[in-house]
Design a binder for this molecule. Structure first.
Ligand code: 6PG
Length: 257
């Protein structure tokens, strides 16, 4: 497992530009190596800057959009046109503005009443696109974008929730008592197969938990972001507000843009 990379940026704008550069680089490498680029998008608000940037120059024309397969790391159990939908956010910020074949956009149908069937059907989509057996080792998604909540959750792996214990399935429904809601989420087995996992974390409200996740003792049930230890490259892009509580040794090594 390659060493973890942490880069600290002045603000979310410079963080997002660096993430867009990384996306371009990684897309070019994946297409050159395997003929396509597979990406799992994160929800929430932080990645919106990145998604919007990618539709603008110089990033837009550097990416072969027809070679990208888009997945989601998690989804709220709402219709795709709901204001809380991760699909809707990505569609409005990026996907609707780019020449991406509809069949390359793999939405999690988390609005379905039968959450477990929706999760299993998404596993079947992953198995089909990656051409692997549903009971085989999870596929290696090229780039998995993740965020981190102020409670240390990532994707929809919330502290002390059932999905954290999943060691076999790739996608599961997860009840989140903290929010009194259900989600669909990729699980640790598939998240930890990522070739690159890129966390985008911004905002002072993340500072205390980020310091615990990156520099505190292991406590992955309370800090689910700690459970993301991919076989590939683990990269954290954080802004200075979120990095404010990092130990000086960690912060000093990593100040970037
Ligand atoms: C979601 C995300 C979630 C998100 C974090 C951070 O569905 O909300 O997948 O894991 O990444 O909550 O969200 P912000 O970027 O809005 O702080």
């Amino acid at each position: 497992m390659p060493a973890r990379v942490i880069r600290i940026f002045r603000d979310v704008e410079t963080l997002s530009k660096a993430a867009a550069d990384e996306f371009v680089r990684w897309a070019g490498e994946a297409v050159a190596a395997r003929g396509r680029f597979t990406v799992a998008l994160s929800g929430g608000s932080t990645p919106k800057w990145l998604y919007q940037l990618l539709t603008t120059e110089p990033f837009r024309s550097q990416i072969d959009w027809g070679r990208i397969e888009f997945f989601w790391g998690d989804e709220r159990c709402v219709p795709p046109d709901d204001k809380d939908s991760n699909y809707r956010m990505a569609r409005e910020a990026m996907l609707a503005h780019l020449p991406i074949p509809a069949e390359h956009i793999h939405r999690m149908e988390a609005e379905r009443a039968d959450r477990d069937k929706a999760a299993r059907d998404y596993e079947a989509v992953l198995a089909r696109v990656f051409d692997v057996g549903i009971d085989a080792e999870p596929p290696a998604i090229d780039l998995i974008l993740l965020g981190m909540g102020p409670d240390g959750h990532t994707a929809s792996l919330f502290p002390h929730t059932k999905a954290l214990d999943e060691t076999r399935r790739w996608v599961v429904p997860n009840h989140v008592p903290q929010l009194n809601t259900d989600r669909l989420t990729l699980t640790r087995p598939i998240l930890n197969r990522g070739r690159e996992v890129l966390f985008l974390v911004a905002g002072a409200d993340k500072a205390e938990r980020l310091a615990e996740v990156l520099a505190g003792p292991a406590d992955p049930k309370r800090l689910p972001s700690q459970s993301i230890q991919p076989e590939g490259q683990l990269v954290w892009f954080v802004d200075s507000a979120a990095a404010a509580r990092l130990p000086s040794t960690l912060a000093r090594e990593n100040v970037q843009g």
